[in-house]
Write a protein that binds this ligand. Structure first.
Ligand SMILES: Cc1cc2nc3c(=O)[nH]c(=O)nc-3n(C[C@H](O)[C@H](O)[C@H](O)COP(=O)(O)O)c2cc1C
Length: 185
């Protein structure tokens, strides 16, 4: 069984990004994956400092990313890029957390543009050797697509669910590949 965790890069109460990630996780779970949410709004993550060791909270969050075969990264569009909450946590992570991990990207925008956010996420996940799947989801005018936590625009909901399924499936293929590599003498 593979594990897929979502990282919500919004700290906003009632975050649209979180609602969308929950939908993607539900779809991943339907394929048989174990799923979990890292909501950065619920954790106090100190500003990354290269001279300090991660505290207990961050160490546990890093472990959850490291143990997952698939990761769904979601961020609100902030000034044409992704959020500082995601970047701050991401700076704690590295190859150990993401090597051989399947990653799916999602961004929600207040306005009409999310392309640069998804591009920036793709680049920074490459920086830690994550395998970003080609499918990605951007939600423009996010407030118009949610009602009480549900993503009500069917076409978008289907794309989000597809993202969850693809990441779970890709994670499964990757771990099967790992398992089938013959042990060295
Ligand atoms: C600091 C800040 C910067 C933002 N910058 C943009 C932006 O450049 N483009 C845009 O479309 N929306 C922008 N927004 C709006 C958010 O992307 C939008 O409200 C998003 O849906 C929030 O997602 P959330 O509900 O998961 O927090 C910004 C919001 C904040 C707080």
């Amino acid at each position: 069984m593979v594990t897929v965790v979502a990282i919500n890069g919004s700290r906003r109460n009632g975050s649209y990004t979180k609602h969308a990630l929950e939908l993607a996780l539900d779809a991943a779970a339907e394929t048989g994956a174990e799923v979990g949410m890292i909501d950065l709004g619920e954790h106090d993550v100190p500003l990354y400092h290269p001279d300090h060791d991660p505290d207990e909270t961050v160490t546990e969050l890093m472990r959850r990313v490291r143990d997952a075969e698939g990761v769904l990264v979601g961020s609100p569009v902030y000034h044409g890029s992704y959020s500082s909450a995601f970047k701050n946590f991401h700076d704690y992570c590295g190859f150990e957390e993401y090597e051989n991990t399947s990653v799916g990207l999602l961004a929600s925008a207040g306005g009409g543009s999310y392309g640069s956010t998804l591009d920036h996420l793709r680049a920074t996940i490459r920086g830690v050797h994550g395998w970003v799947v080609p499918q990605q989801v951007g939600i423009r005018g996010a407030r118009n697509h949610f009602e009480g936590g549900d993503l009500t625009t069917e076409s978008l909901a289907e794309r989000v669910a597809e993202l969850g399924r693809v990441v779970a499936e890709d994670a499964r293929l990757r771990s099967d590949d790992r398992a089938s590599v013959p042990a060295e003498d």
